[in-house]
Ligand binder design. Sequence first.
Ligand SMILES: [Cu+2]
Length: 349
Amino acid sequence: MRRNTVWRPACIGIALLMCGAAWAVDSGVHQDVLRPAGPQAAAVRELWHVLLLVCALVFAIVLAVLALVLHRRPRATAADAPAAPDQPGDADERRARRVVAGAVAGSGLLLVFLIVVSFVTDRALARLSLDGALRIEVTGNQWWWDVRYDDEQPSRIFFTANELVLPVGRPVVLSLRSSDVIHSFWLPALHGKKDLIPGRTAQLALRADQPGVYRGQCAEFCGTQHSFMALQVRAVVPAEYEAWAAQQRQPAAEPAGALAQRGRTLFLSGTCVMCHAVQGTDAAARKGPDLTHLAGRSTLAAGTLPNSEQDLARWIRDPQHYKPGVNMPASDLPEDDLRALVAYLRGLS
Ligand SMILES: [Cu+2]
């Protein structure tokens, strides 16, 4: 019995620690707080390490004291009654008081220490130099991210959705807004979370130092499809970023071929234009993602589907199947109209 009380929690604790360590070594996904790709996330990770270390130590000490107490507990038998409880003023009682007072003081000191460490982390986050920062506005919507790359010259502003491309080594200031409910912007490899509160603008400054693809996720429950509200950052060398941005500033490509041309006509005469924009055409609504360069994105509907021909067709036919409740209606288009629409949208590179 006694062995179990000590060993069982200890074994479970060790098993959990090993799982955590294995996950930290390689989880295969690039949505990882413990593998920061920039200074902000690195500062947050340092804080996490300190918190983990302190809490693990406290936990271990508490367990060790518990084990000791269980080991030394007075043992009553049928023959002799348990000892009478200590009286105030007993030497044992005085010692026990000192131990409790010491533990309370120690806990208080540790808490103060953790506050100081959090404060230092906050300062480190605020110190990021913003010289030459790229400015991007991100608006959370149920359940997708509207992205606007700002510029002093209005003609250089462009829109995209759900996927950001960032130049490595250049600071980025994100202005975060919400158009409906509270969302939370979270790119674990680049920064901690930031809430998007309707009616307010929050700022988040970050820098990606390592090229790579980093996944993010809305981190505040925002309705039924909240878990299908992913975002993605591709950090690339500056030259590649400039080339991408120049391409994004172009109006939509002209449809190549008769099928795609018919697709554009269908798009512009159908319901799609009530919600979507395609630069260079009359479609200019902002209720749904900007589709000007849709074909250049790797996923559809905020990371829900791969951006393939079949999935695009399936999505247009019945978005409610993939994201029930989504703010895009199903369309009962004839098969060849759907093919034409898909041909048009696939050409929007
Ligand atoms: Cu959300």
